[in-house]
Each structure stands twice: as structure tokens, then as C-alpha cells.
Write a protein that binds this ligand. Sequence first.
Ligand SMILES: Cc1cc2nc3c(=O)[nH]c(=O)nc-3n(C[C@H](O)[C@H](O)[C@H](O)COP(=O)(O)OP(=O)(O)OC[C@H]3O[C@@H](n4cnc5c(N)ncnc54)[C@H](O)[C@@H]3O)c2cc1C
Ligand code: FES
Length: 307
Amino acid sequence: MGTKSSDGAVLSETTDPTHGVDEEPVVEIVAREDFSDVTFLLEFRHPMMAKAAKPGQFVIVIAREHGERIPLTIADFDRDKGTITLVIQAVGKTTKEMQQTCQTGTTLFSVVGPMGEPSHIGNAGKVICVGGGLGAAPVFPQARAFKENGAYVIGVIGFRNRDLVFWEDKFREYCDEFIICSDDGSVGIKGLVTDGIKLAMEKHDDIDEVIAIGPPIMMKACAETTRPKAIKTTVSLNPIMVDGTGMCGGCRVKVGDRIQFACVDGPDFDGHQVDFDDLMNRLKRFAEEEKLAVERWSETCRAEKVS
Ligand SMILES: Cc1cc2nc3c(=O)[nH]c(=O)nc-3n(C[C@H](O)[C@H](O)[C@H](O)COP(=O)(O)OP(=O)(O)OC[C@H]3O[C@@H](n4cnc5c(N)ncnc54)[C@H](O)[C@@H]3O)c2cc1C
Ligand code: FES
């Protein structure tokens, strides 16, 4: 059932049944929940990984044999149940395919993790945990860890509209204050997460740290909001990753005057030092290939439906 590194992390897990004559696929999906037509939750069973997982880490999933490797943040873990939770947005070929095929009772071909440096949950007295859209999921374990460490936690979560909101109850359980922001004002305050941060900063002049996770443009805006007051701001970067082990260089990011690999040096970095424009440019590198892959896959799906 996977191999272990010297520090106890689970390095690899394969579900390939050909690996052992009697071996059955083991990474079973035990729960699925759909939050909207593009966002869904998968919970899979992996007791060893659940034991090793820490906030801020991610896994690399291959959903089916010969499938693509994709990094996904550990949005939650339950050591008692031995499960890991992922929240996925169907944006391209692989995630759309997973949205169709990954159901409760099915299996994932391979999951590697937990990977990356865990978030530093220090002894901050007061923190703002900010999640934009899908970013609400990965920021949740950090909010919980800060709360469990005794911090006063202010949650600021932003969505386009009321229909996209998820995990409000989970955040309310661990946040001392909770602000929902929506683009259209259909829930919470009308505005962006940066408006939520400003509200919290006006009320509290003793914020020690802001943790912001979401699209790069959002994290950049959060970092600019806190910069004038020099509040430590940590962001979680999502560059394109291939191996996830520091070997390919695909995930390199500019942080201050240093080049870092997000998969092994991060994914958390000092938001005031990150070159977000470089990150956003690098994320666009394969746009044409990604578009073609979705088109080809959609065509195959249509042909399968007809036949
Ligand atoms: C550390 C990390 C954690 C992540 N956590 C989550 C998560 O919890 N939930 C979630 O929905 N998404 C997460 N992502 C992004 C997710 O990996 C991509 O959305 C996914 O790989 C897209 O694959 P696709 O074939 O569906 O789409 P594609 O059409 O191939 O790509 C869509 C967009 O996703 C990005 N992307 C594509 N391939 C990769 C790759 N190998 N690595 C990273 N980004 C890629 C690119 O920006 C691209 O424009 C995370 C990425 C990183 C680096
Ligand atoms: S993904 Fe290859 S070096 Fe980080």
C-alpha cells in the first residue's frame, strides 16, 4: 500500500491491479458532493496519507490509467476515518473527465502525497484566512489549524454569487468572525475579498498574518491590500506542475530575487515578494494545447453518446 519516506510521508500509491495478482485497486472514492455545475468534492480513503497530511499540502492524482497527473490541494483530512478530501473545479480536459467519471465507489488510479511544505501555523494571535472561490477549500484546514493553535481567526470568503457558496458551516465552526463577500451582493457583503480584508483591518489593528488562497489575480490584490500596513501575507501558488518533486522545473516561480520551485519550496510563499505577473504569464503557456485537448475530449464524448 504505497511507500514511505524516512519522514513518514506516503510517497506513492498505485491502484494498478497488475502490480500484484491479488491486489485490488485501493484508492476508493468514498464520498462525492457537487457544490455547483463546475465544482465538486471527492473524499477518498487512504489512512496512511490522512495520518501524514498537514494543512497547505497537496497530492498529485492520476484519475485513470494513462491519465494526466494533476496537482490538487488537500482541502481536508480525517485521521480517524482515514480519508482525504479534495475540492475540484472542472476547468479543462482532466478535471471535466473526473467530474464525469469519479463517483462514490469508483477508484483513482494513483495518488501521490502528501506533497509540498506544510503551511507554517505559527503562534499568530490574530489572523485573516481568505479564500476566493475554490480557494475557500484549501484555506479551510489552515483556518482550523490556526484556531486549534489558539489564534483569533477571521474568515473572509468570496464567491461570484450565493449559488457557489460552500462550506459556510465548516468556516463558522472555526472562525471567530466570518465575512462572506459576493460579486453581485446576493450573499454577505457586495464586493471582493479585498473589501472583506479592509473591513477586518479597519476593525482590528493587531492582525498578525493574512493567508490568501485563490486565483493569482486575487492573491495579488490581497497582497497589495496588506502591503501598506506591512501585514505578513502568505499566498499559495498554483503554477503548472509536472513531477511535483523539484525535478522538472515546470513550477518555478519568482519570489523576491530568488527562483523557487512551488512543489518543493512551497506552495506557500510571502505574497509581498511573489512576482504574480510572471506567474500569470507562465500559466497561459499551454492555453492553445489545453483548448484543443478539451475540444478533442468533448468530441469523443459526443461520439460515444451517439454510438
Ligand atoms: C499546488 C496546486 C494545487 C492545486 N489545487 C487544486 C485544487 O484543490 N482544486 C482544483 O480544482 N485545482 C487545483 N489546482 C489546479 C489544477 O491542478 C488544474 O486545474 C488542473 O491541472 C487542470 O487540468 P485540466 O486538464 O482539467 O485543465 P487544462 O485545460 O489542462 O488546464 C486548465 C488550467 O489549469 C492549469 N493547469 C493545467 N495543468 C496543470 C498542472 N499540471 N498543474 C497545475 N496547473 C495546471 C493551467 O492554468 C490551465 O490554464 C492546483 C494546482 C496546483 C499547482
Ligand atoms: S513540478 Fe517539477 S519541479 Fe515542481
